[in-house]
Design a protein around this ligand. Structure first.
Ligand SMILES: C[S@@+](CC[C@H](N)C(=O)[O-])C[C@H]1O[C@@H](n2cnc3c(N)ncnc32)[C@H](O)[C@@H]1O
Length: 307
């Protein structure tokens, strides 16, 4: 039962919240950027497959590393696309990393449900931190071996401490295969400061993201509905945007009533980027900017290891 205050959550830290996040991402994806995002990543994947040479790879797999993989959405999409196009996946390795065990759990069950994923040569899931990729047991052998590195869905905005973006970009640079490896970094356009002043206005309230109440019926738990209440406050302070809203886990009873069985006070804290600062960090981290692809909702920075 709710205590009226709810528990504070960062959104991905319980089984209910993991499913809610997944349902919400899917709903957003269907209505907003899924097509853009799928088009961008499948094209990047195809480019890598077309230029794959067993000789250059010393007989090893073509490695796709999806950092902040969430429920594995992007990797499953890539596998589905390849199977639809009759592209063999036996020489491909998927690696999905997320810091939240609940998300990796969801990704593993998504793998089991997607028949296309059984065609992939090798799949590994890792509970791990974007900032410490190269010191993880699974990835320490992948220095200079990642062909396509993704940080999708604007997840880079979760790196809110001052040195985190640069720290992560340095990890990406170390992992990329020299010359041919590519890093696709997605940044949400609504989290990019286009203002001329160096910092967004302190304490300003933005109208972005304010949504109506929204119900997401669970597909995993009988009679459960996730009820997202409208955003209570949305504040930009320097490069940090904080949104607060309530997420109720509602159980529909046989008698037609509803019980609130969990109430989460959700606080999302996200980084707002300025492009000149991003470009400077890329350089400092040892990445070379190749191009930027613009869609309505996201900008994709395509990067390679600097020579
Ligand atoms: C917006 S979701 C995107 C999920 C997925 N990439 C997609 O596009 O569907 C962000 C994900 O990044 C993960 N994440 C955030 N910060 C992270 C970090 N420092 N290291 C690893 N994963 C992180 C979260 O747990 C969450 O699953």
């Amino acid at each position: 039962m709710s205590d009226g205050q709810g528990r504070k959550s960062e959104l991905h830290d319980s089984a209910y919240l993991a499913e809610y996040h997944n349902l919400r991402a899917r709903a957003c994806g269907t209505s907003l950027n899924a097509q853009d995002d799928a088009k961008i990543y499948t094209s990047a994947f195809k480019d890598q497959l077309e230029t794959y040479s067993p000789l250059d790879h010393h007989g090893e797999h073509l490695v796709i590393l999806d950092v902040g993989t969430g429920a594995g959405r992007v990797l499953v999409n890539l596998a589905d696309h390849a199977v639809r196009e009759n592209i063999p996946l036996t020489k491909v390795e998927f690696l999905g990393v997320d810091k939240e065990p609940a998300m990796i759990h969801r990704a593993m069950s998504a793998q089991q449900q997607a028949r296309s994923m059984s065609q992939v040569g090798r799949i590994d899931w890792l509970v791990g931190e974007a900032l410490h990729l190269t010191s993880s047991e699974l990835l320490e052998n992948h220095i200079n071996k990642v062909d396509l590195l993704l940080f999708a869905g604007g997840s880079v905005s979760h790196l809110i401490s001052p040195n985190e973006p640069l720290g992560f970009f340095a990890q990406a640079a170390a992992l990329l295969r020299p010359r041919s490896g590519r890093f696709y970094l997605s940044v949400r356009n609504d989290l990019t400061s286009t203002q001329l002043s160096p910092q967004p206005t302190k304490g300003s309230t933005t109208g972005v993201d304010v949504h109506d109440q929204c119900d997401f019926p669970s597909k995993l738990y009988d009679g459960i509905v996730y009820r997202q209440l409208p955003i209570e406050s949305s504040v930009v302070d320097g490069p940090i945007k904080t949104d607060r809203y309530l997420l109720q886990v509602v159980k529909r009873t046989d008698a037609g009533g509803e019980d609130i069985i969990e109430e989460n006070r959700i606080e999302t804290v996200l980084r707002v980027f300025r492009e000149p600062e991003l470009l400077e960090w890329f350089k400092e981290a040892g990445l070379e900017f190749v191009e930027a692809l613009h869609t309505l909702y996201e900008t994709y920075y395509v990067l390679k290891q600097a020579d």
